[in-house]
Design a protein around this ligand. Structure first.
Ligand code: GMT
Length: 376
């Protein structure tokens, strides 16, 4: 099929999932067209079957807000007509489902029917989407999608709770390409660059937004490092980063914390990590936790949202109530206390991660595409 994918091109999980899905679809013989305002960060290879179309939004002084949705829907119409696109898959409802609906309507005027699949990712529902300023339009555009999918059962339930959804929501979990980990693109895992041999390496990766509870990450680590030699690796950029650096300074642990900024090669960091921290306030799925698990890294997390569908209590790590920093730290120490226990959790993490192999998830999307296509 010829499929257009709309997503955020940034480091966030929804953009990563959309990009990896597009690449996998192209591998299966589909023709994939990414339509977004920048080349997605994980899309480094364009080919005959992977195209990128940039949405330009020229600055005009009259506009206090530049009309991205307008530019996106126009670009979609042009791309569909030029390349004979048969299906549109939008990731993250705001404003993509809305722009997609406008594109559909414009195309209908010309006798072209474009089925639209909307994948809900989390904050488009739980944080931003349900805000009264957006809710009406988000509700409308979800209901106008031909198929709606959600990345976890929990997010499906939250969507039904917050919105008046007339469509069936199909749960299609996020995924990872297991084969990449069986044959990694790098050969050396440079643990010694981060810590001494006797130190445990604890990692957190996120966009450093308030929802990630970054101060909790620091406090959990502070408690751990008081008991055992350890280093904390913080990967990502975002509004909470400066406060986090300041907090480490205040706690006197700056020499034990590495702030690495954004990275496109998180597997090279996760390969030497012993534990992953995800104490988020909300998380529809927790793709970062899954990426840790596939790299054999157990997870200490909150039990928010869809995390329990990924991190299994007592098996791949431990889950605690949001903000229960004491329990998260003592569970972390349980896992890290000796090599045998750590190895057991590492093995479990990798085993459970395999459930989310792209080979199991891709056919679910392909079946949905076929169903949506048949509604033409
Ligand atoms: O919060 C983030 O990490 C970014 C956000 C996004 O929209 O990219 O992530 C959401 O989508 C991911 C992919 O489906 C999920 O794994 C994250 O749990 C979800 N974030 C939240 O729900 C807060």
């Amino acid at each position: 099929m010829k499929i257009a994918i709309v997503c955020y091109p940034t480091f966030g999980g929804s953009g990563v999932v959309a990009t990896e899905l597009g690449i996998a679809l192209a591998d299966r013989g589909h023709e994939v067209h990414f339509v977004t305002y920048r080349q997605p960060v994980r899309l480094d290879l364009l080919s005959q079957r992977i195209h990128f179309h940039e949405v330009h939004v020229p600055e005009y002084p009259l506009f206090h807000y530049q009309p991205y949705e307008l530019a996106l829907s126009s670009k979609l119409v042009d791309t569909v007509k030029l390349f004979g696109i048969e299906l549109l898959h939008v990731h993250y409802a705001i404003p993509h489902a809305y722009a997609g609906y406008m594109a559909k309507k414009m195309l209908e005027e010309e006798g072209i029917y474009l089925p639209m699949i909307t994948t809900l990712h989390g904050t488009d529902i739980t944080l931003v989407g349900k805000h009264p300023f957006y809710k009406t339009a988000v509700n409308f555009s979800i209901n106008q999608s031909d198929v709606v999918t959600s990345v976890s059962e929990n997010l499906k339930q939250r969507t039904l709770e917050f919105f008046d959804i007339k469509k069936e929501i199909e749960v299609v979990p996020n995924f990872i390409d297991i084969s990449k980990y069986e044959n990694p693109s790098y050969t050396d895992c440079q643990r010694s660059s981060m810590a001494k041999d006797d130190e445990r390496i604890i990692t957190h990766i996120s966009n450093f937004r308030p929802v990630k509870h970054i101060p909790d990450v620091i406090h959990i680590f502070n408690k751990i490092q008081k008991e055992i030699p350890a280093k904390l690796v913080m990967v990502g950029e975002g509004p909470e980063k400066e406060n986090a650096e300041f907090l480490c300074e205040q706690l006197g642990i700056m020499d034990k914390v590495h702030f690495l900024g954004n990275s496109n090669e998180i597997d090279r960091i996760l390969c030497f990590s012993d534990l992953f921290l995800l104490p988020s306030k909300a998380e529809s799925f927790g793709l970062a936790a899954l990426e840790a698990m596939v790299n054999r890294v157990p997870v200490i997390s909150s039990n928010a949202g869809g995390i329990p569908e990924v991190n299994i209590q007592g098996v791949t790590g431990y889950l605690s109530d949001v903000r229960n920093v004491d329990e998260m730290a003592s569970n972390a120490l349980k896992i890290l206390k000796d090599d045998a226990t750590l190895e057991k959790f590492k093995d479990n993490a990798a085993r459970v991660a395999k459930k989310f192999d792209i080979l199991n998830v891709l056919p679910l999307y392909e079946a949905i595409y076929l169903k949506a296509y048949k509604t033409r």
